[in-house]
Ligand binder design. Structure first.
Ligand code: GSH
Length: 207
């Protein structure tokens, strides 16, 4: 099997399981015990010098950074379905919200939770109210980010949203809840949740 995901169910690798389930390709999970520091082992630091999960290995290709993994997988295994083709105008919206998640939502939410002091005009994630407004505009009046067409951008953006709402790190606006409910109805997400829970159980981890 060529796709191997270095995984722990309580890490961002759980979201990559959703990506893989959406693709419908065979993959293997390689459990990394982050609680015991196994992600800092030499073999893994060679793959990801950050010493972090997730890491995806696809033959000779190594991909880290959750959003990059999603974009890589969709281009390579689902071009035209989960990734709009390069000459498709939907690619603009697709890339926009895929990058918005790690470059604005993640640091913006962390900045808010940890009460960082910064100048919104100098920080790439800007001010919190604008971030929330932009996110609302992305998911209001349409089923998914690209309209009625689900894409890997929904896994990247929606996965981040689900995670932050779960840990009360983001205001639970009705548009966010409704969007997450639509995502939660997807069989691939349900399979991913079940697979992550099964790995947690196998390793005696309680949620
Ligand atoms: N920017 C990275 C973040 C990766 C990350 O922070 N992973 C966490 C788990 S969710 C981790 O490995 N933490 C362990 C550590 O840093 O020691 C991504 O999006 O994949």
């Amino acid at each position: 099997m060529s796709l191997v995901l270095y995984h722990h169910p309580f890490s961002r690798a759980a979201g990559v399981v959703w990506m893989l389930e959406e693709l419908g390709v065979p993959y293997e999970l390689h459990f990394v015990d982050i609680m015991k520091g196994a992600h800092k082992a030499a073999e893994l630091v060679t793959l990801n010098p950050m010493g972090k999960l997730p890491i995806l290995v696809d033959g000779d290709a190594v991909v880290t950074e959750s959003a990059a993994i999603g974009l890589y997988l969709a281009d390579r295994y689902s071009l035209g379905r989960l990734a709009p083709a390069p000459d498709d105008v939907a690619r603009a919206t697709y890339l926009r919200w895929s990058f918005f998640a790690p470059s604005v939502i993640e640091p913006g939410s962390m900045a808010k939770a940890a009460q960082w002091e910064f100048k919104p005009s100098q920080a790439g994630w800007g001010d919190h109210a604008s971030m929330l407004r932009a996110m609302e505009s992305a998911v209001t009046g349409r089923e998914f980010l690209l309209g009625d067409r689900f894409s890997m951008a929904d896994v990247i953006f929606g996965g981040t949203l689900r995670y932050l709402l779960r840990f009360n790190m983001l205001e639970a606006r009705p548009a966010f809840i409704a969007y997450c409910d639509r995502l939660g109805a997807r069989p691939a997400l349900q399979r991913a949740d079940a697979r992550n829970a099964a790995v947690a159980k196998q390793h005696g981890l309680s949620v």
